[in-house]
Design a protein around this ligand. Structure first.
Ligand code: FAD
Length: 600
């Protein structure tokens, strides 16, 4: 089986040429993130991904995480040692503040690094991923005392973090959360109730686990306005940071899942033996706002899981297509009787589709990451606000589109293998199974699409959506009138796709106020339309850079030619879907709702 190799050339190209690493490195605090330094860091990360994480991916899937009789959880052989190496290498805190021991690198750099972890071993990386979100929530909403006590070990990774939202009756709808938090009169609370599906809720990597838990205080208002956020450590922590008694929180079982077997997904019981001690994070009844801070980071990261898994599936498929000998490829009859399947036109179609989607998703993810850096650190408030508006629009697209597209890419990865794709030993099936969760957790695609329509398009009367669509249109118009035939072909198709997007934006804005139900019936095609057009936008920008570099004799000409060909394939074979999605939004939403519930 081939091993994972981080696509450093494409990562570097996207970071430097599309996401603007040099500009990000001018932001206050990021001066050390020069392209040369970042290239060294990425090389180092790629070695860790290839040498340490990738070899554990298949055995971890086969062995799975196990709950032992005493309630402890054993991760698969080698995972704990890999985690120890991971934190010893400082990888846990790459983009976290130096004040808590982090390396304070830009989100842009962290995005490229985390793509490697997701690709090499997604089940492993879920633990750091959830810890990152918990760190962000404590940093932004916690008290100074909480930050001082909990953040240094969490940033170092000697303690991990979890996110406890889901209960049996409260999944997408967090208004239904029932867990109780009772004030004890000394500033602490006792928590009672059950949380389900908690990723790395229990494990053997570290001595302590810091659970962030949504619960209701007595007499809290109903719905989301009565939810508060609590910090509940597995072991209580004294003022000097030393560990005290075991808290009343237990893993009562682990779920049996379709994929990510090495990642323990726990049912957690709070307060079965007198109450789990918890500390309020932020203000009472404003827990959902704090949790959203965590979720935005986590949603972005789950989008990047889609990118990482797609890259891994693509690499695996290419390796197999180069090895497998089968049939006589059309048009190459004079060659030997049979050839490797990479010579078949339909295998080329599948590999090009996988490659083009993956490069487009990567570009969109990194460009969004650079906008996150600017939204946090740009010098002018107006700049920060404009970048934040872009990020807010992009988060549901990166999460929703990159994860939905990963389904198609990992599906094609299996298809390229033929029957061997269905057999576990090639590894292609694992990527397909592991990918299936990414459209579900951190908010399903339906929830992302509702967010894109309601909060991100309609709330500001389409201002941000129109601004971004106009920006894409300017790129399209520039390329459509370009003398280079490839850029011209890309520009013409991008212009058509952007026109389709603009039609759909106008329809959503016009329809939502009068009939939000009809507008939401088209929300997932609307999200996919945004995704496919934004991917086309980034590929068009990439093609333009590559054409210019070739003309100036800069960079690796083989890479640049491949980039232009891949961008052109995206524009000619994938981007035309935009029109179909726009038609589904505008013309199909009413018939989506045509049957009564009884008629199904
Ligand atoms: C492996 C795994 C790990 C997880 N890790 C965590 C974790 O660490 N912490 C945590 O708190 N949770 C975690 N979850 C839970 C996960 O976030 C939820 O499963 C997810 O949010 C969906 O909730 P649900 O399963 O209750 O589905 P439901 O909410 O019941 O949704 C069922 C269907 O209805 C649709 N739907 C529901 N409401 C709407 C709506 N308003 N509009 C349109 N469609 C709607 C959904 O899109 C979906 O298709 C995990 C789940 C799994 C499987």
């Amino acid at each position: 089986m081939s091993s994972y190799r981080a696509p450093l050339s494409d990562m570097g190209f996207v970071m430097n040429e599309l996401a603007g690493l040099a500009q990000v490195a001018t932001l206050p605090g990021y001066e050390d993130a020069t392209p040369d330094t970042v290239a060294v860091i990425l090389e180092e990360a790629s070695r860790f991904a290839t040498d340490v994480l990738d070899p554990l991916n298949v055995p971890g899937d086969r062995e799975g995480a196990k709950r032992l009789a005493d309630g402890s959880v054993k991760t698969p052989e080698g995972f704990k040692a890999a985690y120890e190496k991971f934190i010893a290498g400082g990888w846990n805190g790459v983009n976290k503040p130096a004040a808590y021991g982090g390396q304070h690198l830009p989100q842009l750099v962290a995005a490229a690094i985390e793509e490697m972890w997701h690709a090499a071993n997604m089940a492993f990386d879920l633990c750091p991923l959830l810890t990152q979100g918990a760190i962000d929530a404590i940093e932004l909403c916690g008290s100074d005392e909480q930050k001082a006590r909990f953040l240094p070990p969490m940033v170092a990774g000697t303690w991990t973090g979890t996110m406890n939202l889901t209960e049996p009756q409260a999944g997408s709808d967090l208004a239904a959360v029932k867990m109780r938090a009772v004030p004890q009169g000394d500033g602490t609370y006792k928590l009672y109730g059950q949380k389900i599906f908690i990723t790395y809720g229990e494990h053997d990597f570290t001595e302590n686990i810091i659970h962030l838990v949504l619960a209701r205080t007595p007499n809290a208002p109903d719905g989301v306005k009565g939810i508060s956020l609590f910090l509940v450590p597995k072991y209580l922590v004294s003022a000097d940071g030393s560990l005290g008694e075991r808290n009343d929180v237990q893993c009562v079982s682990l779920e049996h899942k379709l994929g990510i077997h090495a990642s323990p997904t726990a049912v957690m019981a709070y307060g079965d033996h007198g109450g789990a001690v918890g500390y309020l994070v932020g203000d009472e009844n404003r827990g959902l706002e704090s949790m959203f801070i965590m979720m935005n980071q986590a949603r972005f990261s789950v989008g990047m899981e889609g990118v990482g898994l797609s890259e891994r599936a693509y690499q695996r498929a290419v390796a197999y297509a180069r090895e497998r000998v089968q049939g006589r490829p059309a048009g190459i009859e004079r060659q030997a009787k049979s050839a490797t399947i990479i010579e078949h036109p339909d295998i080329r179609r599948m590999l090009m589709t996988m490659r083009a989607y993956t490069e487009a998703m990567r570009a969109l993810g990194y460009v969004t990451a650079a906008a996150i850096d600017n939204a946090r650190h740009a010098r002018e408030a107006a700049d920060r606000a404009q970048h934040q508006a872009f990020v807010d629009l992009m988060i549901p697209i990166v999460k929703g589109w990159c994860t939905e597209t990963a389904q198609e890419v990992t599906y094609l990865g299996v298809q390229v293998h033929g029957g061997m794709g269905f057999i576990e030993e090639t590894g292609a099936a694992q990527y397909y199974r592991d990918a299936r969760i990414v459209t579900i957790y951190e908010g399903t695609t339906g929830i992302q699409a509702n967010d894109l329509v309601g909060r991100k398009t309609v709330r500001d009367a389409g201002a941000t959506a129109q601004r971004v669509a106009a920006q894409i249109d300017r790129v399209a118009a520039h390329l459509a009138s370009h003398g280079d035939p490839a850029l011209n072909a890309i520009g013409v198709r991008l212009a058509a796709a952007t026109a389709a997007l603009q039609t759909a934006i106008d329809w959503v804005l016009a329809t939502y106020a009068a009939n939000s139900r009809t507008a939401l019936a088209g929300s997932v095609p609307y999200l996919k339309l945004w995704g496919i057009v934004c991917g086309g936008w980034q590929m068009a920008r990439a093609a333009k850079v590559a054409v210019d570099k070739l003309a100036q004799g800069e960079g690796d000409p083989t890479f640049m030619r491949a980039k232009i060909a891949t961008a052109r394939y995206y524009a000619e074979s994938l981007l035309p879907q935009a029109d179909g999605y726009a038609q589904a939004v505008v013309g199909g939403s009413a018939s989506t709702l045509a049957l009564t519930a009884e008629q199904f």
